[in-house]
Design a protein around this ligand. Sequence first.
Ligand code: ADP
Ligand code: MG
Length: 590
Amino acid sequence: MVTEFSRQSPRILELKQHVADLIAAGEVVQRPASVVKELIENSIDSGAGIITAEITTGGMTYIRVTDNGCGIAAEDVKTAFLRHATSKLRDALGLEAIGTLGFRGEALAAIAAVSRIELITREPGIDEGVCLNLEAGDVVNMSPVGCPEGTTIVVRDLFFNTPARLKFMKSDRAEGSAVASVVLRCALSRPDVSIRFIKDGKVEYHTPGDSRVDSCVYSLLGREVEAGFLSAESSDEVVSTQGFVSSQAASRGNRSYQFFFVNGRAIRSLLLQSALEQAYKNTLSAGRFPSCVLYINVRPSDVDVNVHPAKTEIKFISDKSVFDSVYYAAVGALERVDAIGGIIDNDFRSSFVSEPSRLYTSSTRNSQENTVSVSRLPISKKTVFDNPNQTNSELIAFSSELRTPAFRVIGEALNVYIIVEYHNSVWFIDKHAAHERLHFDALKNSDYVPMSESLITPVVCRLGHEEVSVLLENAEFLDKLGFSAERFGEDSIAIRHIPADIEISETESILSEISSQLGNNGIIESSNLDKIYKTIACKAAIKAGRSSDSRELESLAAKVMSGEVANCPHGRPVAFEITKTALDKGFGRI
Ligand code: ADP
Ligand code: MG
């Protein structure tokens, strides 16, 4: 279609203030969590030692943040809600040396534009406070009020005047979890400030504000995480890094406990993540990740925090010095523990920390209530394939149904390739790729009935608030995959059933991967669905490098030779043919 442009150019007009504010609001205020982040950051900037954040209904109808900071002078309260009004930055030079979390003067204006706000504030030493009410950015009331020193901001009915944005909100539970993770980051960023978070009337976090990182970590992440942390430190003239990194033994199945703070600001950064993980290289098994709470300090002029509207990304002048600082802090921590013999390596750990044992079921989950435990830990996957009474693997007992052409499995080479003679060719089949493809196709089939294993002891996966909510919202989908999940506290889920062919130790990393692909309220994009299926298919597939029994090889070969699979889900070929002619030529026969 060709668009016709009229010859007359459209008039260029300045946007009305409230339209400009709504557009700007969209950048800063995406969901309740972004409001809470901005309000807590303002409270931190105000010098407060005690901050309380409270939400109900995921923050959609009610958010309140109270602090005992410097307050706002009555004559400034209206100005604070104007765009680009800030007390923290005076000129462009100041941008080079920002020491506060805020500086753009955008947040209050942006929040006010899309909600109903009440601000109550009193400066220390001033007799009377002031109360200001705004609706969609317009002041509707301003009056003197008696109140404690400091500031309280209540934000009601977020996005009440932007219905389109309201539609993008997830469930209250998911929004509430996103708020919880924002508060957690803010609280971790400042162990010297006591932060309390109340959700639907219940205190979720309460940090002591005693300036100790360990007590802050303890109150936010729990005893177990705190106990697995080693103190880490490294500094030179340019960068200093301080905090905690996890011992190898305390690794996790995901990265949700990797916290980096640069000059007091919570930052997501691939650079910092890889610096940390590099320190654990070759000491953690695949799918295991270190955790950390690291405070990195650089000269304010050596970073640019102004690259992201929510300021959660950052640019360093010298990536290398920051990388090195984090890397050596972590390496130092691990080596110190090594030197005093305190470290427990992964293998040793797995031998004394008992893995939850699993019950193998011979059919789908629905019928497992009638199933008797076949054996207790440890049962290797091989046992299952070897057990003639089990139909655990979909690869077994199917060949009769297939129009399988005449082929002969010669054997397996290098524990990877199945060698098959077929007509006038020799075929090499990548057993992992083939199995993965079959599993992937099966998952995509709407009639797919998962083969689940029931775990005698549920696996508890600590994934983070947001991840847990998203997963539980999609419980039905998880069920279809063969997982059954139940809430286990705020940031964990207990898994009682897992798909038959996956390793228990991979449960957490698979669920973490699934949660990152899941969408709002059960809506999953098809490309993400494929990613989920690929992950499961890959994890469930028999592994290259491990020997397989002959029935496994036969059944895989039958499926491949019948033309059922051609490529693995990642697009690699599953089978590779060498014709007799090619062989004859190679040997100079023809
Ligand atoms: P910024 O934080 O980028 O300056 P905001 O829009 O978030 O912009 O806030 C505007 C101004 O309002 C701040 O610069 C500060 O002077 C004042 N302010 C906001 N929240 C508080 C608070 N809790 N205590 C004291 N002053 C505050
Ligand atoms: Mg601010």
